[in-house]
Design a protein around this ligand. Structure first.
Ligand code: NAD
Length: 480
């Protein structure tokens, strides 16, 4: 097998110690890799490079496409950008993978049977960071969910399950409320799951899903979800295992993938040779599966499990079930002497294959038709009486368009609203064609806005209403 080039960063704090221990294990196990070392982190920030990554580092990543990264110290204070966020966004690392497994009784936990993997979409959702204050009282954050973004992460979750010999994939969304955004994610999950009949699938609403993670995590296997939900549940899941210090994680893109420990650079114990290298070793195992060296990955993971169950522990997990306290460098040697051994108390792993490249399915573009407009208005007059804004705004009807309804924070208040509904200064006013089933032109919509402005209203923004192949591309107001 030819050697695969891998970009390696020794990082800051305990980074160099745990990276050395990890590489010792990788080479002893016969990993066919050749390292290309780059400098990132504290020293680079101090040179005034605000991303913490010099040009040579980007060049190396673009050429090797695989990055094994030790933790870095992020300097406090102005102008410094998070290296992880920059790397993730710049290189399009769309999938965040966080295995969460308990290692009871060697690591204390109330959930000894936990063994799940959270696969979180990394690029979309509320993290697009598009926010606006629209009125004195109301601010907005845009949640963007795309079909290709969702399909990519969902396909990745199934390919991951296959590669790691996992049996079930659970999709978590809130599509009972966000029927379009989360509904799209769920629908694509249902579509893609048909291509993997050997894998069991189900869907959970994120609130009950989170409760199950906290209460009975052993019921879950692979979880795929959107960015915000994934952010929250991956921390809950890591916490219930009690093994945050032992966890690795991966950020995978179409071109480049990055592997690292969950923990930080632990400056308080740097240079003392007492750090636990397990998080980075476990990340390196994921890297080997990713590049298709599954036999070596399996060998290392099982030797590591055997070392843990033999009670050979670094000081952070040394306790009543430990046999011997070892230094960081010694721990690596203990893993190496167990490279052909299997664990007997902790479950041994069996990986099936490397993770395949993800290809999206071709599809026909839907026919889009303009069937209305939502005009958002900042209005704070007449004691905010809905009938007052509604009756006045109806004067803009004409040219084949009429006001259909007004909502305030999503609840219909005109016509025939409830007097109890609390109203802010932010009104969504829906205009539709006078004739049912008709379509509108952009010019009709521009003229309508002119008429609304002439009536003295303050338009904050508009959203066009479309159908796609006849299917509604917008949600109905509560009570519409
Ligand atoms: P941390 O994870 O570095 O440390 C938290 C505690 O856990 C400390 O007491 C530390 O000694 C201990 N610890 C962490 N890893 C350990 C290990 N492998 N073995 C034994 N003990 C370990 O978190 P922090 O103190 O909040 O952050 C320190 C620095 O790390 C900060 O500059 C932060 O920005 C950075 N950080 C980097 C990454 C990354 O590079 N991916 C992630 C998180 C934090």
């Amino acid at each position: 097998m030819s050697k695969r080039k891998v970009t390696v960063a020794y990082g800051d704090g305990i980074g160099p110690e745990i990276m050395q221990a990890t590489l010792d294990v990788l080479f002893a196990a016969g990993a066919q890799i050749e390292t290309e070392v780059i400098e990132i982190g504290e020293k680079v920030y101090k040179k005034g490079i605000s991303s913490g990554m010099p040009q040579e580092a980007w060049d190396s990543l673009r050429s090797t496409k695989v990055f094994l990264k030790a933790p870095i110290t992020t300097p406090q204070g102005g102008g410094v950008k998070s290296l992880n966020v920059t790397t993730r966004k710049t290189l399009g690392l769309y999938a965040n993978v966080r295995p969460c497994r308990s290692f009871f009784p060697y690591v204390e936990t109330n959930h000894p049977l936990t063994d799940m993997v959270i696969i979180r979409e990394n690029e979309e959702d509320l993290y697009a960071g598009i926010e606006h204050r629209q009125t004195d009282e109301v601010v907005q954050t845009l949640k963007l969910i795309s079909r290709p973004g969702s399909e990519k992460i969902i396909r990745f979750a199934f390919e991951y399950a296959k590669a790691y010999g996992r049996k079930k994939v659970t999709c978590m969304t809130k599509d009972n409320i966000m029927k379009l955004a989360d509904g799209t994610f769920h629908k694509i999950f249902d579509e893609v799951s048909k291509e993997y009949p050997e894998i069991e699938t189900n869907h959970m609403i994120i609130d009950i899903g989170s409760a199950i993670i906290a209460d009975s995590p052993h019921k879950l296997d692979v979880i795929v979800t959107e960015n915000l939900y994934g952010d929250i549940i991956s921390d809950i899941a890591a916490q219930v295992t009690g093994s945050v210090g032992l966890g690795g994680s991966a950020n995978i893109g179409s071109e480049v993938a990055m592997f690292e420990a969950i923990h930080g650079s632990a400056p308080d114990i740097a240079g003392l040779d007492i750090a636990n290298p397990s998080g980075l070793i476990n990340a390196a195992v994921m890297m080997l599966v990713h590049i298709g060296q599954i036999d070596v990955a399996e060998k290392i993971q099982n030797a590591w499990l055997k070392t843990i169950e033999d009670g050979i522990h670094t000081s952070d997990i040394y306790g009543k079930d430990s046999d011997r306290k070892v230094w960081c460098s010694e721990f690596a040697k203990e893993v190496i002497v167990r490279l052909d051994k299997q664990p007997s108390k902790l479950r041994a792993v069996k990986f099936e294959a490397g993770v395949k490249d993800i290809k999206l399915k071709e599809r026909k573009k839907a026919k889009k038709e303009l069937v209305g407009i939502d005009v958002f208005i900042d209005w704070d007059e007449d004691g905010r009486k809905p009938n007052s804004i509604g009756d006045h705004l109806s004067k803009s009807n004409g040219d084949g368009i009429k006001l259909k309804m007004i909502t305030n924070r999503g609840v219909k208040v005109y016509p025939e609203g409830m007097p109890e509904t609390f109203c802010t200064d932010h009104w969504r006013c829906r205009f539709v064609p006078e004739t049912q089933g008709a379509t509108l032109t952009p010019l009709q919509i521009m003229d309508l806005q002119k008429r609304i402005l002439d009536l003295g209203f303050d338009i904050i923004k508009t959203e066009n209403l479309y159908t796609f192949d006849g299917e509604l591309g917008y949600s109905l107001g509560q009570g519409e």
